[in-house]
Design a protein around this ligand. Structure first.
Ligand SMILES: Cc1cc2nc3c(=O)[nH]c(=O)nc-3n(C[C@H](O)[C@H](O)[C@H](O)COP(=O)(O)OP(=O)(O)OC[C@H]3O[C@@H](n4cnc5c(N)ncnc54)[C@H](O)[C@@H]3O)c2cc1C
Length: 49
């Protein structure tokens, strides 16, 4: 699994989203916009696009 951080890793998160499909990606967006510290886990490879 690739590891990519937009921010430095935290010891605690308010929410964890498993999978960045349509549902997971949107859920993570909403959680971040509400100010929750959100961790997203994705088993697939990083996209170049
Ligand atoms: C051939 C096909 C055509 C389709 N066409 C349409 C269409 O035209 N219009 C439409 O509205 N819908 C269509 N769908 C349905 C649509 O693709 C799904 O409903 C939608 O993608 C579901 O989104 P999701 O976020 O729930 O899951 P997904 O998009 O499947 O995302 C799940 C994510 O979770 C990740 N994941 C899974 N397990 C783990 C794990 N253990 N750890 C970490 N990450 C994990 C996966 O890698 C993936 O990125 C189609 C589906 C198929 C198969």
């Amino acid at each position: 699994m690739s590891v990519f951080y937009y921010n430095s890793p935290q010891k605690e998160y308010d929410a964890i989203v498993v999978g960045t499909g349509i549902s997971g990606g949107w859920a993570a967006k909403e959680l971040c916009e509400k100010g929750l510290k959100t961790l997203v886990l994705e088993r697939g490879p990083m996209s170049d696009t």
